[in-house]
Design a protein around this ligand. Structure first.
Ligand code: AMO
Length: 429
């Protein structure tokens, strides 16, 4: 018999069907055994009846066993219909149940698990409906990002993960032993490459894994995250970039189907205006996490918006490629996008003049020789351009109001863990 997906069983009422999947729930009632079976399309209740011939085999089956089940798809009596549950109007009466793989589970999936235990057992805990929903939503986010980029005529490219130099400063890049006793770095961002790609396609985007070696232990930092980056040529200034990012966020929100407060335009404040609104000194170079939270509360109250742009960060707080606002010396044409209490994106206009860029690299205490490759893009002619990057896991966490970014990360790498805890890992040096 051909396998039927559980999601298609409703088309087979009154007929026999073969289902393959996992056992999510098993309720042994002595004479009868009830199961919830699941496959990639959903779940269904099954029952092994006393005289069915399947009852002995059914008694052997446990949670997470992989099974092959033949049975009759029965319509449930009126009183037993669960309208709000998938396949709540049918039941699989089991004639035959074969074990494909046995399983030994560490704990019941429905039980309240603390984050560390959840992370320790991810090959198992990721099977929970809650986790599956989180990472399905993440898939939707990245698809929507890609869709909007294509609509706006951007070309997707694959950025390298190994880099010869670090764009964002150096201290936070992981070093890698490379050939001939040379050092390479794990890319902290595709920044240099996306700028180079502006010289190639004019509009380019990429969704790489990037790596940050800062020793952070917070609810918002990972050592490895997914970055949704784009870069575009022939802009007037950073406002053009913000418009593309805002449009992208709107499509992402729409595709997720979540209720997010978004007025006709996202509010925009200069950093100093934001600081004044919060009663913070304008000498501060950045917003602290608690100020980001307070500013987002302000934006929701005053503008009915879960998003707020903050622009004009001090030049000395931004990387060397940042464009200074001629009309506001010392401050940059750069921005952060804050969403529900946290920075989710950074971006801005970049310097496109070769000589200015070389001089900035020196001012930032870096060696232009190390950036020779990148600088060639400017030598051979670059238009005014800019772009931005959004952290996928931060956005996912805030969209779902998950308190810790690790819940929105498949296999999070942090200060204490790569899959297993470093302190308990036998392979640790
Ligand atoms: P920035 O360093 O601000 O900018 O990073 C952009 C966005 O990436 C996310 N992010 C992180 N997410 C998880 N863990 C981390 N350790 C982490 N660090 C950053 C945040 C952040 O807003 N090249 C510039 C972008 C640009 O100008 O285009 C950059 O990398 O969501």
């Amino acid at each position: 018999m051909e396998r039927t997906l559980i999601g298609d069983l409703h088309t087979k009422v009154g007929q026999r069907a073969l289902v393959m999947g996992w056992v999510s729930v098993r309720r042994d009632q002595g004479k009868m055994v009830f199961f919830d079976f699941r496959d990639r399309s959903g779940s269904v209740q099954g029952v092994a009846l006393p005289l069915s011939g399947s009852i002995d085999a059914a008694k052997e089956v446990r949670n997470e066993y992989v099974v092959s089940v033949e049975g009759t798809v029965n319509a449930r009596p009126e009183g037993n219909i669960k309208a709000d549950v998938q396949n709540g109007d049918i039941e699989l009466e089991i004639q035959k149940i074969d074990i494909i793989s046995v399983a030994e589970i560490p704990f019941e999936l429905s039980s309240e698990t603390n984050l560390d235990t959840y992370l320790d057992h991810q090959p198992y805990t990721l099977r929970s409906e809650r986790s599956k929903d989180i990472f399905k939503l993440q898939e939707t986010i990245i698809q929507a990002f890609r869709e909007e980029m294509k609509v706006q005529d951007f070309t997707e490219f694959q950025a390298p993960a190994l880099a010869g130099a670090d764009a964002e400063g150096g201290a936070m890049a992981f070093k890698v032993d490379y050939y001939y006793d040379k050092m390479a770095y794990l890319a902290t961002s595709p920044q240099l490459y996306k700028q180079i790609m502006v010289g190639v396609y004019e509009r380019a985007f990429t969704t790489p894994k990037v790596f940050r070696g800062e020793k952070h232990s917070t609810t918002r930092h990972l050592s490895e995250y997914s970055s949704m980056d784009f870069e575009m040529g022939f802009i007037k200034d950073h406002v053009d970039v913000m418009a593309v990012l805002e449009k992208t966020m709107r499509l992402i929100v729409k595709k997720t189907g979540l209720e997010i407060a978004m007025p006709a335009m996202f509010p925009v404040l200069k950093l100093r205006e934001a600081q004044k609104a919060l009663g913070v000194s304008t000498d501060e170079l950045d917003l602290d996490p608690e100020h980001e939270r307070a500013l987002c509360e302000w934006a929701l109250k005053e503008h009915g918006s879960d998003f707020i742009f903050v622009t004009h960060y001090p030049m000395n707080k931004r990387p060397f490629y940042t464009y200074e606002d001629e009309a506001d010396p010392g401050y940059s044409k750069s921005f952060d996008l804050l969403f529900r209490g946290i920075e989710i994106s950074t971006g801005g206009q970049r310097i496109h003049d070769y000589n200015k860029l070389v001089s900035n690299i020196k001012t930032w205490g870096l060696d232009p020789e190390k950036f020779k490759f990148y600088l060639e893009a400017f030598k051979v002619g670059m238009p005014p351009h800019g772009g931005s990057a959004t952290g996928l896991e931060r956005l996912t966490a805030r969209l779902l109001n998950l308190p810790n970014i690790k819940e929105a990360t498949l296999f999070p790498r942090d200060l204490n863990r790569i899959d297993t805890l470093l302190s308990t890992d036998k392979n640790t040096k």
